[in-house]
Design a protein around this ligand. Structure first.
Ligand SMILES: Cc1ncc(C[n+]2csc(CCOP(=O)(O)OP(=O)(O)O)c2C)c(N)n1
Length: 658
């Protein structure tokens, strides 16, 4: 191996050696513990240490690194006390996830490390968000993110690179090309010569680096990082290396040809470097033994500490209270002066006033800048707040949701406009797996609001009409808001933005320009999780949200004799069960009207809750009214037939007559 130590002091050279030695010796110990059944799973990075160590050494401690499952060297080089790592792997409290997630699936703000989620690719977009924050705050910092070559086949990789290049974000994308993704060789993973070549397609600089040569990794990455700090831009690095052990220990390496393993064993990054240091007279036998003994001693000492720590005792209340970041609602009372606004204007005004209130709040979405968004909610925002804060995005839903997560990690709030709620499917994974679960997993909130223009009744067909709130209400960690009126929409949006948790904010397109109301002119807030009682009566409780609220109200206009409580839920997660129960206990009858099709919708859960909590007071079975169990058709007469709107009247009358 060709080592070039030019410009590197002996101190640095030894430090790099020690830094590689540590993860290697930890791993050797872990392999023993695994055989003894003392740890559950191990993803080995043996043979790849030069990459983790070299990259981490080239980064400043305040810069973020987003490692993968084979990057133990990142964690040790950032000097995380070993007992904390061991405790993490043993699911103990001094780890980073209180026993809630395993292995390297954690992050820590203390060490500026953001660990992976199992889905591999999403963290590439998260790195974009952290880098965007650095750029917006002019911090002149680099963010380094890792992926294996297998992960480069995921859409997240392509979206993240594209966004980083379009926005010139200071990210070092580090591909560890180690020959296999689980059992899949590179020849079955991609069909280009070098993965570095992919950068060309994104207008990005790229380099190939010998990933087994610590000095090459360190000096090159150091130079790139310094350059990026001065001149922010993404760079793609392909580190050529090899996975010397199985994907995880249990899966073995039977499918890897022996000559490949032999050839790469000869390139071992630690042994070769050790020999080089000895040949140069920088390391001798005595120092080698001393360093190894010190590390082994440290490992054993910290293992004892971790073993001595008591096991986590389950506490339901603690588990539940960590799903969301604690947020104390701040009431801002509406001013007296009002003006009549359509729903669309109220949302726009609320968003604008939040942009004024938080001077670093960022809006991202397709066509949201000069064009003002397809519904014109952000019309004029670029002039008021500038393009840094009102950002047109490429059509990269996953990467943008991930970017929101990254901004949040770096302390910046964001609002992401899904052009249509239907398109959230293209960014579904980071919503339900990253935003929703991060606080529970490692205490990292996702301060992101996703605006979701949704709903049918506009003859827009199966892909521009869905109201898909139920995909999210069932996912712990998300909040879901669904206003039906301009006044509510403005105040609830303000609170959604104040709330440090991820909030999906549903806006019904058919209501945008058809519903008007007097709305306070200044900024104000309304609490999440509080329904509004629109009408009061004793005969029946009508429970609805979104457009369905208006369908219920217009039905009641036709039947002025019906004496009903009308509950507009306004927010679905948290759900105001108290208002529902109080009403149903009074009326003895409940009908829930929802626009979504029946099975698995909110109405089903509300019905079950009423049954469980108000059974003694019920005078009739709870009725759910929902749309047909088909995709949403385009043409008017089919859409009319599909929607629950026109079925409501008949079902209500039947329930009253029961
Ligand atoms: C979305 C997703 N699909 C599949 C998997 C299962 N899986 C976990 S790691 C892995 C291989 C990853 O290969 P690569 O990115 O090259 O990293 P390496 O393990 O080689 O370091 C696979 C298929 C997963 N975790 N997530």
């Amino acid at each position: 191996m060709n080592y070039n130590k030019e410009g590197l002091s002996n101190e640095i050279l030894i430090d790099l050696y020690k830094s590689m030695l540590k993860p290697r010796l930890i791993e050797e110990k872990m392999l023993i513990l695994l055989r003894q059944g003392k740890i559950s799973k191990w993803f080995s990075g043996i043979g790849q240490e030069a990459i983790s160590v070299g990259v981490t050494k080239a980064m400043l401690n305040e810069e973020y690194i987003l490692p993968m499952h084979r990057n133990l060297g990142v964690f040790t080089t950032r000097e995380i006390p070993l007992y904390r790592l061991f405790a993490q792997w043993q699911g103990k409290a001094s780890g980073f996830t209180k026993g809630r997630d395993r292995s390297f699936h954690f992050g820590t703000q203390e060490y500026n490390i953001v660990g992976m989620i199992s889905h591999l690719g999403p963290q590439l977009g998260v790195a974009d968000g952290i880098a965007l924050a650095s750029k917006l705050k002019n911090k002149k910092q680099v963010t380094a993110v890792f992926t294996g070559e297998g992960g480069t086949s995921e859409g997240d990789f392509h979206e993240a690179l594209n966004v980083a290049s379009v926005w010139q974000l200071p990210v070092l994308f580090c591909i560890e090309n180690n020959g296999y993704g689980l059992s899949t060789p590179t020849s079955e993973q991609y069909n280009c010569k070098d993965l570095a070549d992919r950068a060309l397609g994104y207008g990005m600089e790229s380099h190939i680096i010998d990933g087994n040569n610590i000095l090459e990794v360190y000096t090159k990455v150091n130079a790139f990082a310094e350059d990026i700090r001065k001149n922010p831009r993404p760079i793609l690095l392909e580190f050529k290396t090899f996975r010397m052990r199985g994907h995880e220990e249990a899966s073995g390496t039977k499918y890897v040809p022996q000559d490949l393993l032999d050839a790469w064993a000869a390139k071992d990054p630690l042994e070769n470097y050790q020999e080089f240091l000895k040949n140069e007279g920088i390391l001798d036998e005595v120092l080698e033994v001393k360093l190894k003994e010190e590390i082994v001693h440290e490992i054993n000492e910290h293992l004892d500490l971790a073993y001595a720590e008591e096991a986590i005792l389950p506490s339901e209340s603690e588990e539940l209270s960590d799903v969301y970041k604690n947020y104390v609602y701040q009431e801002v009372i509406p001013n007296k002066e009002t003006k009549e606004l359509r729903l669309v204007d109220a949302i726009s005004e609320g968003l604008k006033q939040s942009m004024e209130r938080y001077d670093d709040l960022v809006i991202m979405g397709q066509d949201v800048a000069e064009y003002g968004g397809v519904f014109k909610i952000t019309d004029g925002f670029v002039n008021a707040f500038g393009k840094d804060r009102v950002r047109n995005t490429p059509i990269c839903e996953s990467a943008i949701v991930e970017t929101g997560m990254g901004l949040s990690i770096a302390g910046i709030k964001s609002v992401v406009e899904m052009q249509f709620a239907d398109f959230v499917t293209s960014g579904f994974n980071p919503v339900v797996n990253y935003l929703a679960k991060s606080h529970y997993r490692w205490n990292q909130n996702a301060d992101v609001v996703l605006r979701m223009p949704c709903g049918a009744g506009v003859a827009a067909g199966p892909f521009h009409s869905q109201t898909n709130e139920a995909w999210f209400t069932k996912t712990p960690g998300l909040k879901v808001v669904y206003p039906a009126f301009p006044y509510d929409a403005k105040g609830l949006l303000a609170t959604a933005i104040n709330d440090p948790n991820p909030v999906l904010f549903f806006e019904h397109k058919a209501l945008y320009r058809s519903i008007r109301q007097e709305v306070p002119t200044d900024y104000y807030t309304l609490p999440l999780g509080k329904a509004s009682l629109l009408r009061e009566g004793d005969a029946v409780s009508i429970i609805a949200y979104g457009a369905a609220v208006h369908w219920a109200l217009s039905t009641l206009e036709k039947h002025s004799d019906i004496d009903a409580d009308v509950i507009d839920l306004r927010s679905l997660q948290p759900l105001d069960t108290e208002t529902i129960y109080t009403s149903v206990k009074k009326t003895g009858k409940a009908i829930i009207l929802q626009e979504d099709s029946l099975f698995g919708g909110i109405a089903s859960d509300i019905s079950a809750l009423i049954m469980e909590n108000c059974f003694e007071q019920l005078d009739a079975p709870v009725k759910r009214v929902a749309s047909m169990k088909t995709p949403i058709p385009f043409i008017g007469q089919l859409e009319d037939q599909y929607l629950s709107r026109d079925k409501f009247e008949g079902e209500l009358l039947k329930l009253l007559a029961y």
